[in-house]
Ligand binder design. Sequence first.
Ligand code: GCB
Ligand code: CA
Length: 826
Amino acid sequence: MHRLAALLLALLALPLAASPRIRHTINEQWRFAPGEIEAAHEPAFDDSSWQRVNLPHTWNAADAFDKTVRYRRGPGWYRKSLTLDPALKGKRLFLYFEGANQVAGVHVNGRHAGQHIGGYTAFVFDVTELVVLDAPNVIAVRVDNSHSDDIPPLNADFTFYGGIYRDVWLIAASPTHVTVTDHASPGVFISTPEVSAARAVVRIRGSVSNHGGRAARLRVVNRILDAAGVEVAALRSNLTVRAGASAAFDQRSPVIERPSLWSPDDPYLYRVRTEVYDGNELVDALENPLGFRWFSVDPDRGFTLNGRTLKLYGTNRHQDYPGFGNALGDDLHRHDVRLVKETGFNFLRLAHYPQDPAVLHEADRLGLVVWEEIPIVNIISTSAAFAENSERMLVEMIRQHYNHPSIVFWGYMNEVLLRKPDPVPDRYYEIVPELTRRLEARTRAEDPSRLTVMALSFDEVGNDYGIGDVPHILGLNLYFGWYYHRDDFGALGSFLDRVHAERRRPIIVSEYGAGTDERVHTTRPVAFDFSSEHGQNFHAASFPQLEARPFVLGTGVWNHFDFGSAGRQDTKFGLNQKGLFFYDRTPKDTVFYYQAALLDQPVLYIAREWSERAGSRPEDRRQPVWVYTNQPEVELFVGGRSAGVRKVENRTARWEVVLADGANSIRARAGSFEDRITIVYSDRTGGSFHAVNAGAHYAHLDEAHVYWEPDREYVPGSWGHVGGKAARTHHRIFATKEDPLFQASREGMEHYQCDVPDGTYEVTLGFAATAARAFSVHTNGLNTAVALTPHTAMTRTLLVEARDGAGIRIEFTGEASIAAIMIRQP
Ligand code: GCB
Ligand code: CA
């Protein structure tokens, strides 16, 4: 539109009348009690002893991380007293839940308002006939997160936290209003049947419900407003709605010339304001987002947005956070989306379920292309109810989030053949493809404008009973250098080439990632040591292979954030540690590799997860330091002295530097950009303090900042083992937080020798073993018996004397195993 015309229109535009629809949260002052509670839905029930909570809330924020118990899956009750404004008389009243996991039964004043199945989509109940305006109302909600064979997800690598874990709203609308109860959707569905840089046509469908006592002759006006609020088109239709019925409208806009397009680089948003008039009276109004964009996929050339190739580089997100479980406020949701965008990504997969409305709004606003999916993960049930619940969830997801321009892909299955039911039901491998085709057909019928996708794992490709060819796009979850081909990061690219050649389908790498722990460090990283260094190598080796293949239309790191997966046993119990960010949203160093790869602005970042180190031999002072940058070369300074200029390869520059005892200031410089960190090094050479992570090739930094050096063979003048072999488990270790220290042990050694000066020493021995063991340890004449229970940390501190220059000698008899040794002078 012409500038001046736009300005005039803006001046002429009457201020938009306030909507008669009232919408506010009712998150406050709930009471909660766990378990099955008789009569808890009855208004007179006494809940005064229940916990006071605000929503969002889950009852699993703590127990999902408890090593000793299973997190509670079962019922829980919420109650709230709700006093309504008498001015709401004559309005239609609804309770709108953004999500409760996973079955919710809602009661108002003792009467059943409705039940909803499925933990990740919104639901709404009309409670007009159940409430009173002249006295407080009692709302009681029974939520149950028990396993159900009829409800996806049946099994998945994330925690199924129970509770009303998203916002709850009261909606008060006029008797005639845009339909609220169609799958808790906005009741308005916006699409762009024609769209190009030159022109666009908007189609707006929806329905209006009439709860009044007479037929209503209504006018539905949809105003398309640009980002400045200027009206660019208004669509009008007249509608007659019988009393107690709904009627549909379906409008097409005139041509909108040269629409501003939505893209990750420039996420221009229009709004559609829907107004319903009864005569001259505005009876309802609401707004929805609108973005103009078009897209396509090609098996060879990848993804195009608005006519241009756009490789999608991105990540996956789960919805939980330390201390909150899944019960996050909108600000935390938005913060997460911002962290995705700031990493340089343009793509976000909401795995493995529909997420909070705040997430979608933020993705629209910041410009992220979104894949959203329903939680069919790993396995299905063959029951009719399972299929029906799945399909209903799919419809809810699509209708609820239909208007978000960020959404491009709808998914409905993740690695669905990964697990086999036991016993395998009759026709299982026919029923899975049947369900696939049913969900595919429903997705395309609900929303022909988007692309469909599913994710298969490495093992499923080639054994997928054809399901991978059903959606538009084949998603691949790939863990080369982690679960398989552990020493061969390069196998990723050749595998992709093969799948591309064989399947000839558009391919997206929906997952790739490796678990890390900031406490674990090594110069010899290997898969599954959880070292920060292996994680960094994994990404630096994988990403260029994905970049180099134009047929890979997009990529998704697994995961953007470490996330709760109760029962998972890596090095932090209950967490999946494959995030680019730690669970508390501290960035891992790898984030800056991606920033260097993807951002236009200068990035110069010294890797700093490993900024406390120690060594007990002179050669240990030589230490690696590396920098992630998008600058061509970098100079590094250690304690003010140049360590040399390095050319940057694959966004990385590396040095071996010599560290001094104590704080070392490290500075990187590229042109006018600088970064500084401090690495604290404790040189233990010849000293009387030692800490050894026995049986481990990696160092562990514990909570007290003790740096447990990797184990080594004894050489005179130092410490080390004589004989034996390393053993490792990933099982959680009870009675400690320092799992990486106790998961590795040395077994069957003759002894450890530590050459320390004469004197009195405290020797702390740490043990843990996978099976019960009894043995004895002789330390400089002190004999002590050890009896271990499986997977349980035990430490014992001994006071011993070192004499005659013989140091400390720790000898073992029997089925010995040792995980940690600390030697210090008291
Ligand atoms: C996958 C799954 C995801 C898991 C991930 C992992 O393939 O889709 O849910 O969390 O692997 O970390 O094993
Ligand atoms: Ca919310």
